[in-house]
Design a protein around this ligand. Structure first.
Ligand SMILES: NC(=O)c1ccc[n+]([C@@H]2O[C@H](COP(=O)([O-])OP(=O)(O)OC[C@H]3O[C@@H](n4cnc5c(N)ncnc54)[C@H](O)[C@@H]3O)[C@@H](O)[C@H]2O)c1
Length: 329
């Protein structure tokens, strides 16, 4: 049995706690700076409670730490976890600036344990299958990609005004909170972005001033890509199209399906994943992290991939602030 510490037991932390428990492969402990929340969560899941990271790491040895606090705190916690000798699973986005990124990379290397970032699209079968198909080269090289994505965020996160989402410095806004998932998945499929030109604005969400609407025109090496997202629309939908030399792939993430249409064909051939419970992807993700801790291959986003997506987030914010395209280093 692996010993796993969940730090930050808010919305996603509680889900991770429950889903790591559901793997049956680990003993889970919980840490949160909010005493009332910690008492409630630990009572409901019958797990040990720790009010702070230092106290938790002094109390016992943990094999793995799942970092579910707001993004501006991720890297400092990761370094403490690495020094403790734990494997690290860090929620997205990796951080809100590049400060501490290299220091943390060094700490992970020194710790010598598995580390990954929780971009959950890597655990969606339809994403992984579409990626594998595109990367097989069967329909040639990708040349053009477009993503259209959105949802009514207040329906899914009624507390958005009171959490990290309300401020850019804590990881808020559409770019760092939502677009980052899609960008990371697209980079996973077609390769890292190399140039970003972004327009973003606060259009609708009440009680916040961060951007809730984003348009990006990007280059991923030789592939042109466009991203359109807002967080107020009625449909909860994400569609990704990748057009290759001899045909196109479409992923309809909300419908759990992907399809291919080759030149000369008149309709899509779809591959459908059966209905899932919302926790299922997170249980798959927890199992993948435990696999990684055991030295097995996993589809999870690597630390390096998450650094690349962090650079995209920062470039998109800067581009939107300045009106200029940004080349990624
Ligand atoms: N992968 C996903 O689908 C997904 C979904 C939601 C959130 N997230 C990410 O997860 C992170 C957390 O988001 P959330 O929605 O759960 O936020 P949240 O506000 O609901 O929970 C964060 C918790 O962290 C605790 N906390 C903050 N600093 C702490 C510290 N130093 N030590 C201990 N506890 C601390 C807070 O008390 C709070 O309970 C963010 O980075 C967010 O982007 C990912």
């Amino acid at each position: 049995m692996h010993s796993i510490l969940i730090i930050g037991c808010g919305s996603i932390g509680e889900r991770h706690l429950r889903c790591f428990q559901r793997t049956g492969r680990c003993e889970v402990s919980a840490c949160d700076a909010n005493p009332g929340l910690l008492a409630d969560v630990t009572a409901r899941y019958s797990v040990p409670a720790h009010p702070g990271l230092r106290e938790a790491l002094a109390a016992r040895k943990f094999d793995g730490i799942v970092i579910c606090t707001p993004a501006h705190t991720h890297l400092a916690i990761a370094r403490e976890g690495a020094a403790h000798g734990a494997a690290l699973f860090i929620e997205k986005p990796l951080s809100v600036s590049l400060d501490g990124v290299e220091e943390t990379r060094d700490a992970i290397l020194r710790g010598g344990r598995f580390a990954a970032v929780a971009y959950v699209y890597h655990c969606m079968p339809w994403m992984a299958q579409a990626r594998e198909f595109i990367r097989s080269g069967e329909i040639g090289l990708p040349l053009h990609a477009s993503v259209v994505s959105g949802q009514h965020f207040p329906t899914f996160r009624p507390a958005y005004r009171e959490i990290y989402y309300a401020k850019r410095e804590t990881g808020g806004g559409a770019i760092q909170d939502a677009l980052t998932h899609i960008v990371n998945a697209t980079e996973w499929i077609i390769g890292p972005a190399t140039r970003v030109f972004c327009d973003a604005s606060h259009q609708m969400l009440e009680g916040v001033s961060v951007e809730d609407t984003v348009d990006v025109s990007a280059r991923h090496g030789n592939v042109l890509a466009s991203y359109a997202m807002n967080q107020f629309q009625a449909p909860n939908e994400t569609v990704l199209l990748v057009h290759c030399q001899r045909g196109s792939v479409k992923v309809e993430s909300h419908a759990r399906r992907w399809g291919v249409l080759r030149h000369g064909e008149s309709d899509w051939t779809w591959r459908q994943t059966p209905p899932l419970e919302r926790d299922d992807l997170f249980i798959t993700q927890a199992n993948a992290f435990l696999d990684g801790m055991e030295g097995k291959a996993t589809p999870l986003a690597t630390y390096g991939e998450a650094v690349q997506t962090l650079k995209f987030n920062l470039a998109a914010l800067r581009s939107s602030d300045t009106g200029m395209p940004i080349t990624l280093s």
